[in-house]
Design a protein around this ligand. Structure first.
Ligand SMILES: [Zn+2]
Length: 188
């Protein structure tokens, strides 16, 4: 079980990007098969076909590019922009009037329960994050061999998790031990 990176609870789009990550064994993809992807998107398993996976992973790659561009202070790939914009407009939300005990307006998806609705919600969140103050706090994890992004809530935070922080500290310690051994050998 992986702990969520800071910010995932505030941004589903950031959480989406982090579903593809690295561990000691190589790349891990939480959305690699339709059942897992449907569960992650809170959709019924039957609503996702194997062909649909690329719509999800394309959006994920595009959102990753937006976050990377933001943290590197450059413009994103035009194709990534278009992928996110296309996903955002694939499901329109319309105001609907209900009358429980008086008039009440609700914005509802025109395709409730569909993959388009789920992806549009993620794309809208991505647009919201990169254009809001939260976007200024998004950082890539600095630990070697980690591909996750996180929201830097404390100015000095450089890692997405204590696991990554511990790994960096252990590597630094190891380096120090080797250096000390080498300089001791140099003296003898
Ligand atoms: Zn990390």
């Amino acid at each position: 079980m992986v702990t969520a990176a800071p910010g995932e609870e505030r941004s589903p789009a950031l959480a989406l990007v982090n579903t593809r990550r690295l561990n000691a064994g190589g790349e891990v993809d939480d959305l690699a098969e339709p059942h897992a992807a449907a569960r992650w998107l809170h959709l019924s398993p039957a609503s996702l076909a194997a062909d649909d996976l690329s719509r999800i992973t394309d959006l994920r790659a595009a959102v990753r590019e937006l976050l990377a561009a933001l943290t590197e202070d450059r413009a994103p790939d035009a194709a990534a922009l278009e992928t996110v914009n296309a996903a955002a407009r694939a499901d329109a939300a319309a105001p609907q009037l209900t009358w429980p005990s008086g008039p009440h307006r609700e914005w509802r998806s025109t395709q409730p329960g569909s993959l388009s609705e789920a992806l549009a919600a993620l794309a809208r969140d991505a647009i919201e994050v990169v254009t809001s103050d939260l976007g200024h706090l998004v950082r890539p994890c600095e630990a070697h061999g980690c591909a996750r992004f996180f929201v830097r809530e404390h100015a000095r935070r450089r890692w997405c998790s204590t696991t990554c922080g511990d790994r960096v500290r252990a590597a630094r310690h190891q380096r120090l031990v080797v250096e000390q051994r080498e300089s001791a050998q140099g003296r003898s």
